[in-house]
Design a protein. Structure first.
Ligand code: ZN
Length: 192
């Protein structure tokens, strides 16, 4: 049918265009606003910022043009570096840093629905909203309180030699930490 242009009716064109529209919206999880490193600053200022409803939402965007990576920083009380950072690699895979330490987010139930690659504004906004609106586990305490046990904290290894704790900004957190808590608890079960 498509070989003969005369036979393409309006109906066929409309239905094809509808199909294309559906394919596009499905591939972009219902939001055709695909993230782009090139246009990220524009996207952040014009779309993302407006969708972040929380008043505590004070993300500062930065695009590393050399590595084609995007970083979103949130500063806390510690001067100098970001308390929280969401980093999007060139592949749009995301990483979360707390006090410059990369976190394993696989134990966080709240983040389990967020795909490993962030393709759309919509999913990025969902991720930032989780970070904004939930309490971060306080971890297991200050490194100072543990020094007497072992000077270099080497004690905190699992049986297979992996690190059992993160040391971030003089604080200790379990590597199984659930990070963002769904309730008002101060610590997650792994850090208690
Ligand atoms: Zn924890």
């Amino acid at each position: 049918m498509l070989n003969s242009p005369d036979s393409i009716t309006e109906e066929v064109i409309v239905s094809t265009s509808e199909k294309v529209k559906n394919i596009c919206s499905t591939s972009a999880t219902g939001d055709d606003d695909n993230l782009s490193t090139e246009h990220f600053m524009f996207q952040f200022n014009n779309t993302i910022k407006k969708q972040l409803s929380s008043k505590n939402s004070t993300w500062i965007p930065w695009v590393n043009e050399e590595n084609e990576e995007i970083s979103l920083f949130r500063f806390g009380r510690s001067p100098g570096y970001a308390e929280k950072e969401v980093r999007l690699l060139k592949t749009f895979e995301w990483k979360l840093y707390i006090n410059k330490t990369e976190m394993d987010t696989s134990h966080c139930a709240l983040l389990s629905d967020i795909p490993r690659s962030l393709r759309t504004v919509k999913v990025l906004v969902q991720l930032l909203a989780i970070v904004d609106n939930h309490k971060l586990c306080e971890g297991c305490g200050e490194t100072e309180n543990y020094r007497w046990l072992n000077n270099d904290l080497i004690l905190y290894k699992t049986k297979d030699g992996k690190n059992a704790v993160y040391v971030e900004n003089e604080k200790i957190r379990s590597t199984n930490c659930q990070l963002f808590l769904p309730n008002q608890d101060r610590m997650c079960t792994a850090c208690k």
